[in-house]
Design a protein around this ligand. Structure first.
Ligand SMILES: NC(=O)c1ccc[n+]([C@@H]2O[C@H](COP(=O)([O-])OP(=O)(O)OC[C@H]3O[C@@H](n4cnc5c(N)ncnc54)[C@H](O)[C@@H]3O)[C@@H](O)[C@H]2O)c1
Length: 280
């Protein structure tokens, strides 16, 4: 129980990573506001809230599009009106359409930047204004390894996520003096329902060989890092981006197949005298 009776908002919490974070925060003792974007996402959000109430915590759902400042402000006001305060804000909501750079329209670019980057800005700003009134709090951004590592067809998403990483550091110095810690979790590949909607043939084991830990992550892996940032254990942690990707981003991938790596390893295993050649 690291978050006993804390009040938390998790954006985009009706499914996927957000759902995993919301359930874990509740397990740690928090009461959780389940944010979702539109009328059609209400039922899924309500399912998560019901699970949380069954755990003995309080939970409400609030519809708000995070890309709209007024809706975000109303969500925070509803939270404070219901629970009296806001202690933890988790900016999880995000969209990641895969669109080739040369084909991306202005409208598509605005959508990706508005939800991912402006959404994090508006949520952090409204949350911080509420936290100021009760002596502080914790803001946790969710970015992505794509904020640092490249992948085709993700230019706008990567730019937005890189912007979230930069915003995390910036807000750390703006809000630190107000006892508000701002940190960020950057997930690698995580298995969520959406993977199967984007690709019905999605194979969760397709990348196992590229992930040092040997398998794709799950929402609970991300939730664990969020709980740390939200807890008193992170009192002195501020402005940090923690990559949670099983070690994926530590690798250099220059088209080196595992077979070629084996050959390279044989070369590395040569004895010192083998390298001396003619100079022996
Ligand atoms: N799954 C992964 O492999 C992965 C990897 C790195 C980062 N992430 C990030 O993790 C977060 C969660 O992603 P996920 O994989 O669970 O995907 P997901 O699509 O299942 O979840 C995204 C959630 O955001 C909500 N949402 C979308 N637009 C919104 C808006 N305008 N306002 C409020 N809510 C909105 C959706 O309803 C949904 O519940 C995202 O920020 C994503 O970029 C995911």
């Amino acid at each position: 129980m690291r978050l006993q009776d804390k009040i938390a908002i998790v954006t985009g919490a009706g499914q996927g990573i957000g759902k995993g974070i919301a359930l874990r925060l509740a397990k740690e003792g928090a009461h959780v506001v389940i944010n979702h974007p539109v009328a059609s996402t209400q039922d899924k959000a309500e399912e998560v809230a019901t699970l949380i109430r069954a755990m003995g915590r309080q939970s409400i759902t609030v519809q708000a599009d995070v890309s709209k400042a007024a809706q975000v402000q109303a969500m925070v006001e509803k939270t404070v009106e219901t629970f009296g305060r806001l202690d933890i804000q988790v900016n999880n909501a995000g969209v990641d359409p895969h669109i080739p750079f040369l084909e991306m329209t202005e409208e598509q670019l605005d959508f990706v930047i508005d939800v991912n980057l402006k959404g994090n800005f508006f949520c952090a700003q409204s949350a911080a204004r509420a936290m100021l009134k009760t002596g502080g709090g914790k803001i946790i951004m969710i970015s992505s390894i794509h904020g640092m590592q490249t992948y085709k067809r993700m230019t706008a998403y990567a730019a937005a996520k890189g912007g979230i990483n930069a915003m995390t550091r910036q807000l750390a110095i703006e809000l630190g003096p107000h006892n508000i810690n701002v940190n960020c979790v950057a997930p690698g590949a995580v298995q969520v329902e959406k993977n199967y909607i984007m690709d019905p043939n999605f194979d969760p084991h397709a990348f196992d060989h590229e992930i040092p830990i040997g398998s794709i992550g799950n929402p609970e892996d991300i939730a664990g890092a969020v709980v740390f940032f939200a807890s008193a254990d992170a009192r002195y942690v501020n402005g940090q981006v923690l990559t949670v990707d099983g070690g994926t981003s530590t690798r250099i991938l220059l088209g080196v197949s595992d077979k070629k790596v084996d050959v390279v390893e044989q070369v590395v295993m040569m004895k010192p005298e083998d390298w001396l050649g003619d100079s022996k």
